[in-house]
Design a protein around this ligand. Structure first.
Ligand SMILES: Nc1ncnc2c1ncn2[C@@H]1O[C@H](COP(=O)(O)OP(=O)(O)OP(=O)(O)O)[C@@H](O)[C@H]1O
Ligand SMILES: O=P(O)(O)OC[C@H]1O[C@H](OP(=O)(O)OP(=O)(O)O)[C@H](O)[C@@H]1O
Ligand SMILES: O=C(O)c1cccnc1
Length: 488
């Protein structure tokens, strides 16, 4: 997050919606600011019509929370805000209160690179109501985007079936923050490298790149351009072969590849950026093999996404490195994840009171109480996720899971099955207790976590829905709270 801080030259406390501050003020005025509350961040639908989602962004969330404070510039900006009548929007005593505010919440969250599903908490925040509220917007901003891009990258890397995917999105990304966060999330999701040099420097992601058509066009001929490039960068020769005629381009690459070899260097491959990528990659493969360049890679780019890649695999193309930009970093077919952040309990006179927001649409009724998720495995394969009350009866022999939207969908899981709890302690009373894995470990974890799921859930189109249910006690609590609220 260093970059964001450097860019805006201040704390990031004002990176929030104004209504969070109006509520914060009103909580403070009405003496509720320090009441303890629990909020959960979750989403309602897997993106891209897919069957899974990959969590990302926690590292930024941790930095945001650790740095959470209002600096003097923030406070003077808030202090000069005026209401309609011309009077100060916020009393001086409130500005002083914000000056002293320090992050003191408990945060539990699923780790980056975890496979997650709709309705389960991704982040749980417990602490003073005013702090929980102020965190809503930044937590959603960070998590929604990085989770979305990590998921898109995971789909794209699944379509590449183990071959390298290079993220080329910087030039088409949504601004500077969008590009940097996207490069980071794309790596978490499974990309092998980025073209974004600043992301490489900031996050330690491998950086890679070929060359553009402009390089070729700056010379009188393609062969001259390849030769000059080989002279300058003999260890980085991936020749872009489609500026004039792709077949001739491959012939020129082979010629320069042979000269390189005489100097003890090896051409890494060719890149094709237009035309029928199946046809040209197969022709290029045949020509490269016949010339003794069996190890030369064929990189393809040009508006690729997981569906085109899937099709190119079906067509038995010879592409073995995939350059993907626009459709990855802009999450082209679904530009937002839509995660939400809802109050699920509040403490009154020392007792936690679970809360639900009743809605006409049952999908919008949140899950009340202080809850967590347990993932059950059967023979090493993820079988179902159980959302349960942490303070409920959790010593049953077998648990009944009930679908939160359709209560006729039910499933039983045994207490003795292998299982793991997904929300991990990140902060306790504002102190970080979580050891962050490095970005390479997170990327490996994504791969290992996805491998624990049946391929039916990973299909790009019409995936089999993975079971996520409310433990019976929690289901009953939610139902009774909804009925109570409707009777009011
Ligand atoms: N064999 C193929 N099967 C499916 N999709 C393909 C195949 N070959 C290329 N594509 C995709 O089809 C689209 C082609 O778009 P477009 O017609 O703009 O490319 P082009 O003909 O190479 O022109 P340009 O030079 O403007 O990029 C790209 O998204 C590309 O990835
Ligand atoms: O297609 P994407 O997935 O976004 O991948 C990145 C694209 O960016 C470059 O093209 P450039 O900016 O020169 O434009 P072009 O697509 O017209 O070649 C590159 O040659 C790829 O085509
Ligand atoms: O290195 C490349 O080939 C590259 C980088 C950015 C965008 N398109 C291609």
């Amino acid at each position: 997050m260093k970059i964001t801080k450097d860019l805006y030259q201040s704390s990031l406390a004002l990176l929030t919606d104004f209504y969070q501050l109006t509520m914060a003020y009103a909580y403070w005025k009405s003496g509720k600011a320090e009441e303890e509350a629990v909020f959960n961040l979750f989403f309602r639908k897997n993106p891209f019509q897919g069957g899974f989602t990959i969590a990302a962004g926690l590292d930024y969330v941790i930095d945001y929370c650790r740095n959470f404070h209002f600096d003097e510039q923030d406070l003077s900006y808030l202090g000069q805000m005026k209401g309609k009548s011309g009077e100060a929007m916020f009393e001086v005593a409130f500005i002083d209160y914000l000056r002293e505010m320090r992050f003191s919440c408990d945060i539990d969250a699923v780790e980056e690179g975890s496979v997650i599903f709709p309705n389960s908490p991704l982040i749980r925040v417990k602490g003073p109501l005013i702090q929980c509220q102020l965190l809503e917007t930044p937590l959603l901003n960070i998590t929604n985007f990085q989770t979305l891009i990590a998921t898109k990258a995971a789909r794209i890397t699944l379509a590449a079936k183990g071959e390298d995917v290079l993220e080329f999105g910087l030039r088409r990304a949504q601004g500077i923050d969008g590009a940097l966060a996207a490069s980071r999330a794309a790596y978490i999701g499974g990309c092998s490298a980025t073209s974004n040099v600043m992301a490489g420097k900031l996050f330690g992601i491998p950086v890679s790149g070929t060359h553009a058509h402009s390089w070729i066009m700056s010379f009188d001929s393609e062969i001259e351009a390849f030769k000059a490039y080989a002279e300058a960068l003999p260890d980085n020769c991936v020749f872009l072969v489609d500026t004039y005629d792709t077949i001739k381009g491959v012939e020129h690459a082979i010629e320069v590849g042979k000269a390189l070899r005489e100097k003890g260097k090896e051409m890494l491959g060719v890149r094709i950026d237009s035309g029928d990528l199946a046809y040209y990659s197969n022709r290029a493969r045949q020509m490269l093999d016949e010339a003794g360049f069996e190890n030369a890679k064929i990189v393809a780019s040009n508006d690729l996404d997981e569906h085109i890649m899937f099709s190119l695999k079906v067509q038995e193309s010879s592409i073995n490195v995939w350059g993907v930009g626009t459709k990855l970093v802009t999450a082209y077919d679904q530009p937002a994840l839509g995660a939400v952040y809802k109050l699920s309990a509040i403490k009154k006179e020392g007792k936690w009171i679970p809360k639900v927001k009743v809605s006409q649409q049952s999908i919008k009724i949140n899950i009340p109480g202080f809850h967590n998720v347990r993932r059950f495995y059967k023979n090493g394969v993820a079988n179902a996720d159980m959302i349960f009350l942490e303070n409920g009866t959790n010593d049953k022999k077998e648990f009944l899971l009930i679908d939160p939207i359709d209560p006729t969908k039910r499933k039983k899981v045994g207490k003795d099955w292998d299982s793991e709890v997904l929300l991990k302690n990140i902060f306790v009373k504002g102190e970080k207790v979580y050891q962050r894995p490095d970005i390479h470990t997170i990327r490996e974890n994504t791969k290992a976590n996805l491998a624990k799921f049946d391929k039916a859930h990973k299909r790009l189109v019409n995936p089999h829905i993975y079971a996520v249910g409310l433990e019976e006690t929690l289901y009953n609590l939610r139902t009774s709270l909804v009925l109570e609220a409707k009777a009011k």
